[in-house]
Design a protein around this ligand. Structure first.
Ligand code: NAG
Ligand code: NAG
Ligand code: NAG
Ligand code: NAG
Ligand code: NAG
Ligand code: NAG
Length: 820
């Protein structure tokens, strides 16, 4: 009991103290319908559940597996996606009747196409759930006609449309990972469509090859002649009370033809290993959600192939978060060539007993191997080591976004350096574009692609066309990988740090970096505007003269009215700062609200000019200028005596609580006023002593205004007035309570530290670990055990981006998940 309250207090205190608990926010956001990001959508009244996507090699055609249909979409046009052909393929009424008689919901009985792969140059192979009785067929990719020949889909396609599966065709043979029965409890990895001396292969049923897996994806690596499968399953090697989920990579050789006596028509090359997405002393992100393959750079060896995966956590501590980890083919290969765990058939316990190696599990070409060797292979398929991520750290952690799908691309920037760009789909329907930098992950932008949460969805990247396709029940959406012209100044173009975009000084436009030979203003690593835009500033000044001012806005007010001045944010990463010429913004009079706007009460002292500056990455630009004037009285005069270099155009607006579109839309509408925002030509006010008000108290404007107005008086009254006495006493008591709790906690921590130093190290579970659930303890213990075994000394996990992984990071020894 005491322990628990102490723990929550510790967490609360840490939550407050840990500044790195920051969020990884996209710099710019494009909600649905933003003009800055033109999405092309395909929907049709008679087509739904367009969730399986297949792109033609050049990226001109997109084949879509939908409900009761396969579509061929012509995506080569700039403005529209055109339905070229449609193949209807639905179960008969009798099939549907049987499906619903078996107790299935009618909505799940149609034929959901779940496998769609190119078979050869003229045909596509398609499989669908077909009223819980999966079927496969050959489809002519030109005419989209179905051949008479059709196959049973068992082992190739799931029965249940909500079950995940994976399939890939290599040399006319279909490799799949799916469940192969109606109830959904016979998972298989198998090969189909083999001909001649090559036979269809599958996993041996009798063993624990797969433990209730969820198949995620598969990838063929031509240089290895291997197919890698990615999935999550129950980790039986961890001896847990609860089900502990582990992520796996497994491999099979395409040359496999099974054994001659032992392992006949079974894989002889199957091996699996754990994929560990975990920072030191953290609970692992153990549930893999998606994987994409990044082929090696031109000229680099195949071993440099990287697999980027999204992982979530089974534990509530990390709920709603997701992590990205990357694994190299080289590391995977070395784990598969190491030792293997052994399963004791009687106790069903895994052990790491080292046997004499009769064969190398996972090795290709065991067809003619001895029975002895094949028996060894049959029993040794779980690698002892785990595959650890590149750099032994997480590539990225998001504390607020639950990512479900990703695509990865290597982009060559203007400096001829390669950058890795990730496209990440959130559960809530946003597509994030992130670039991985030495200094961490930078999320360039987010684009909303669907509105309702989607149970089944998919993501495809067309690198040759620079397009991303998202398939959901709402239809297919096409998103351009970049819209450089959205950035209308050199500063914006550089601050975006988008490897796809650079500033062309000759044409004064932000352009696609790949399309031009001229040297572009771009600084992906640092986003330094001064350096990247230096030359531009000069030409611009020369053209427009140094004193061109943006259009100011005239604001007429009555005295004692609450004035609220809006300031559009340059981006979600910028900070707004208000200034007045020749005077300070005293915190007694002004409140800067969370959205960057400025609120104050109109008094003779507060009339005058206001300028809003936006600072991002060390670069400052003017976002708005206002002139606040008293409304009607002709007697009233603006008390500020400074002279502003230019008079403002007429538009008079009521500024009081005038709702302006939020950040999202205002970002979208800027370009219309682009000339007013040429930051290079704006004068910045010289008074360096201007102060910003950063207090951000609540959201109640009325309250704020009163506070601003009467702050001091109120404080005095509060101290004097008898009516506040009760509250004062209550607050004091609370404060004392809090303080004593804190002191208790500190003492406790110190005591515990001393205790743990003197206590014997081995065996006794610490108090800290007592607080975890048994599964959590085991998860940590297991993984630490592994890391020790691998001879890894923990070194500071350098999470890129904002490196703090939630409330439990950034500490040594004091935290509940760090056994002392
Ligand atoms: C790119 O952004 C500009 C400026 O907001 C907009 O006019 C244009 O339509 C956008 N283009 C695309 C393809 O989204
Ligand atoms: C592709 O495969 C289909 C089905 O097996 C076959 O009918 C067709 O002739 C093949 N096409 C080519 C070009 O090999
Ligand atoms: C995150 O998404 C995964 C699937 O993509 C889902 O299983 C999980 O429940 C989600 N977590 C939260 C907290 O929404
Ligand atoms: C197995 O051995 C036979 C005869 O020794 C040979 O013809 C055949 O090619 C071998 N098969 C493989 C897959 O190596
Ligand atoms: C099909 O789409 C509907 C919405 O149109 C959705 O409710 C349902 O879950 C989808 N089914 C599958 C299997 O994706
Ligand atoms: C703001 O505060 C006033 C006075 O306390 C209250 O009447 C009003 O409901 C509040 N408004 C909001 C939006 O909280």
């Amino acid at each position: 009991m005491k322990n628990h309250s102490l723990l929550s207090l510790t967490l609360a205190v840490l939550g407050i103290l840990c500044p790195c608990l920051s969020r990884l926010s996209p710099r710019v956001s494009f909600p649905m319908g933003s003009p800055g990001r033109h999405l092309t959508r395909f929907t049709s009244h008679d087509v739904s559940n367009t969730t399986t996507l297949l792109l033609s090699e050049g990226g001109d055609m997109l084949y879509v597996g939908a409900r009761d249909a396969v579509l061929a979409l012509d995506v080569s046009h700039k403005d529209a996606i055109i339905l070229k052909n449609k193949l209807d393929w639905s179960p008969s009424d009798k099939d549907l009747e049987q499906c619903s008689m078996k107790g299935k919901k009618m909505a799940d009985c149609p034929n959901f196409i779940r496998v769609l792969q190119f078979l050869n140059t003229s045909h596509i192979y398609a499989c669908g759930t077909f009223a819980f009785s999966p079927r496969c067929t050959y489809v002519n990719s030109e005419m989209l006609t179905m051949s008479i020949k059709s196959d049973e889909g068992r082992g190739r396609c799931p029965y249940d449309p909500y079950q995940r599966n994976t399939a890939v065709i290599v040399d006319g043979e279909l490799y799949t990972g799916t469940v192969a029965d109606y109830r959904g409890n016979r998972p298989v990895i198998s090969r189909h469509l083999s001909e001649g001396r090559r036979v269809d292969l599958k996993l041996d049923d009798t063993l624990g090859w797969l433990e209730d897996p969820t198949f995620i994806s598969s990838s063929f690596i031509p240089d290895e002649e291997k197919i890698y499968f990615f999935f999550s399953e129950v980790g039986r090697e961890y001896d847990f009370i609860d089900k502990f989920i582990v992520s796996r990579v497994s491999q099979i050789c395409t040359s496999d033809v099974g054994g001659q006596r032992t392992l006949q028509r079974r894989w002889t090359t199957f091996a699996k290993a754990q994929l560990l997405c975990q920072a030191d002393n953290e609970l692992p992100y153990n549930v893999i959600q998606d994987v994409d393959t990044l082929p090696p750079a031109e000229g680099a060896p195949a071993d440099d192939t990287l697999f980027y995966g999204i992982f979530t956590s089974q534990w509530s501590v990390n709920s709603g978060r997701s992590a990205v980890c990357s694994f190299s083919l080289n590391d995977i290969k070395s784990v598969f060539s190491g030792n293997y765990k052994v399963l004791n058939r009687d106790t069903l316990q895994w052990s790491t007993r080292v046997q004499e190696k009769v064969a190398n599990p996972g090795e290709c070409g065991l067809h003619n191997a001895s029975d002895n060797a094949l028996r060894f292979v049959k029993e040794n398929f779980l690698a002892d080591d785990s595959v650890r991520p590149i750099g032994r750290s997480l590539t990225m952690v998001s504390v607020e976004h639950n990512y479900s799908h990703l695509a990865v691309q290597r982009v060559s920037a203007a400096n001829n350096r390669d950058y890795t760009v990730l496209f990440l789909l959130t559960e809530s329907g946003y597509l994030h574009k992130a670039v991985l930098l030495q200094s961490g992950t930078h999320i360039i932008e987010e684009v909303q692609v669907f509105e309702q949460p989607q149970p089944i969805k998919s993501l495809r990247l067309s690198i040759p066309k620079g397009m991303i396709y998202v398939g959901t029940s709402e239809g297919v959406v096409r998103v351009p990988a970049a819209n450089c012209s959205f950035y209308w100044t050199c500063a914006q173009c550089v601050l975006a740090r988008d490897p796809f975009c650079g500033w062309d000084p000759a044409n004064r436009a932000c352009v696609k970096a790949s399309n031009t030979q001229t040297s572009l203003g771009q600084d992906i690593d640092k986003g330094n505007v001064e350096e990247a835009c230096n030359h531009v500033t000069l030409t611009h000044r020369a053209r427009f003269g140094p004193n061109k001012l943006p259009t100011g806005e005239l604001v007429s007010v009555s005295l004692n009215e609450v004035v609220r001045l809006q300031c559009p944010a340059a981006s979600q990463l910028s900070q707004q700062l208000w200034e007045r010429p020749n005077s300070r913004l005293s915190s007694d009079l002004y409140l800067q609200l969370q959205d960057g706007s400025l609120s104050f009460v109109a008094t003779p002292a507060t009339l005058g000019h206001y300028i809003c500056l936006s600072t991002e990455n060390g670069y400052q630009q003017t976002m708005a200028i206002y002139h606040v004037k008293q409304k009607t009285s002709p007697m009233a005069q603006t008390p500020t005596s400074h002279t502003w270099p230019q008079t403002y155009p007429i538009p008079t607006t009521q500024a009081v609580a005038r709702p302006k579109p939020g950040l999202h839309t205002s970002v979208g509408t800027w370009p219309e006023r682009q000339e007013t925002r040429q930051a290079e030509t704006l004068p910045t006010l010289s008074s360096r002593d201007t102060q910003v008000i950063t207090r951000q108290l609540g959201r109640n404007l009325t309250m704020r205004q009163k506070e601003a107005e009467f702050q001091d008086k109120e404080l005095l009254q509060l101290a004097r007035g008898p009516c506040y006495l009760k509250e004062l006493v209550a607050v004091s008591v609370l404060l004392v309570l809090c303080l004593s709790l804190l002191i208790t906690m500190l003492l406790y921590v110190i005591r515990q530290r001393c205790h743990s130093r003197t206590a014997p190290q081995a065996g006794t579970p610490t108090r800290n670990s007592d607080r975890r659930t048994p599964v959590e303890q085991e998860a940590l213990r297991g993984n630490q055990f592994l890391s020790k075994q691998n001879g890894q000394t923990p070194h500071s996990g350098q999470v890129s981006g904002l490196s703090c992984n939630g409330a439990l990071t950034g500490s040594n020894g004091h935290l509940p998940n760090t056994p002392i």
